[in-house]
Design a protein around this ligand. Structure first.
Ligand code: GTP
Ligand code: K
Ligand code: MG
Length: 391
């Protein structure tokens, strides 16, 4: 029996097994098996079909967004609208055959937007260019799942299933489970919360399926067997996904309203250029980037020239952005965090202050609770105008 057949056998068995206390272990085991076969399916195939077809687009800019969707939902139309790159759009399916990069400039950041071929059911198993498309999706910071608003919900759940089956987890966070395989000592199992979906016995069964007999497991939240399997398997990507319903010029106001209220969803029309600004705002939020501005002593920061980093980035990240050698010589920095327009100053406590060094401040929406000292700091060689409010 081939892997695909084994997978479909197990899927069928899961589907016909009633979910109750008595079948809990059996189901857990089946799911563990399923995850194992899927992993085998994903191992790089020997055929060279994925080479040289324009899918290896260099990462560039501050973040990468992949456009995933069925054929003819408007992905290429969208890329051509939002970037200066033109990607051919037409009314027939599979117009786009490779990966086409464009750049969205927003709030001083360069966001790489990737137009991709349409994918269809079975993509994860290699239908169409599914595998290559999904491989690109894995490298993105955010996925835009583009949907045809006239086509109903089935497209959305099919695509979710495809991505799910190759270990991409959309709008989910990594399960809070500590898991460490050991050399000996058996399986030690603990939890800090009440577990309603997993038990010690089930955890053991699943681990044995993966031939793991010695490990430390600590559940810090009430996770499901599937989430536990994700932790064992390890190569999952947890990715924000924005569901974008295009072509709302074709549906009723009531329907637009219904779609717009769904979680993680935005409604647009590329044809009539509707709601594209709002989509950009949402995308920015999902990318979770922060703007950091450097400034010289006694001068004002240049707000037109930001260093863009992930929220939660450290001072060290900022240093590396400015110059490779900066972090190793780095002593301290002052940080201004602008919360709702206010600007604050805090001295660095780390390792002594050298007044010569320049400082930096951050824009609004700092992720830290108070004045985010550890977040946004560093010296920089950039000039700006003087401003009485700054030191
Ligand atoms: N009515 C309407 N048509 C649209 C809209 N956006 C795109 N289209 C049309 O939809 C068709 C498909 O658009 P494409 O941009 O080629 O779609 P795609 O998702 O890139 O398609 P593939 O590359 O084949 O996967 C074209 O005829 C577009 O003109 C829209 O907002 N409203
Ligand atoms: K098309
Ligand atoms: Mg296209």
């Amino acid at each position: 029996m081939g892997i695909l057949e084994k997978i479909s056998e197990i899927e069928k068995e899961i589907a016909r097994t009633q979910k109750n206390k008595a079948t809990e272990y059996h189901l857990g085991l089946l799911k563990a098996k399923l995850a194992k076969y899927r992993a085998q399916l994903l191992e790089p195939s020997k055929s060279a079909s994925s080479k040289g077809e324009g899918f290896d687009v260099m990462k560039s800019g501050d973040a990468r967004v992949a456009l995933i969707g069925f054929p003819s939902v408007g992905k290429s139309t969208f890329l051509s609208l939002m970037t200066s790159t033109a990607s051919e759009a037409a009314s027939y399916e599979f117009t786009t055959l490779t990966c086409i990069p464009g750049v969205i400039e927003y709030k001083g950041a360069n966001i790489q937007l990737l137009d991709l071929p349409g994918i269809i059911e079975g993509a994860a198993q290699g239908k169409g260019r599914g595998r290559q498309v999904i491989a690109v999706a894995r490298t993105a910071d955010v996925v835009i799942m583009m949907l045809d608003a006239t086509k109903g919900e089935v497209q959305r759940s099919l695509l979710e299933k495809e991505l799910e089956s190759v270990g991409i987890r959309l709008n989910k966070h990594k399960p809070n489970i500590y898991f460490k395989p050991k050399k000996g000592g058996g399986i030690s199992f603990n939890s800090t919360v009440m577990l309603t979906q997993c038990s010690e016995k089930l955890v053991q069964l699943i681990l044995h399926e993966y031939k793991i007999f010695n490990a430390e497991v600590l559940f810090r939240e009430d996770c499901s067997p599937d989430e536990f399997i994700d932790v064992i398997v390890g190569n999952r990507v947890y990715m924000p996904c924005l569901y974008v319903y295009n072509k709302i010029d074709q549906i009723s106001m009531e329907e637009v309203d219904r779609l717009a209220r769904k979680p993680n969803s935005v409604v647009i029309s590329c044809g009539m250029k509707l709601n594209l600004d709002y989509l950009l705002e949402m995308l920015w939020e999902y990318l979770a980037l922060t703007c950091i501005y450097t400034k010289k002593r006694g001068q004002r920061p240049d707000f037109t020239d930001a260093i863009i980093l992930r929220k939660g980035a450290s001072v060290e990240h900022v240093c590396h952005r400015i110059h490779r050698s900066l972090a190793s010589q780095f002593k301290y920095a002052l940080v201004w965090v602008s919360l709702g327009g206010g600007v604050g100053v805090r001295p660095n406590i780390a390792s002594g202050l050298s007044a010569e060094q320049d400082i930096l401040c951050s824009s609004v929406q700092c992720p830290c609770p108070a004045w985010g000292l550890e977040y946004l700091v560093c010296p920089t060689p950039r000039g700006m105008h003087a401003h009485p409010g700054w030191t």
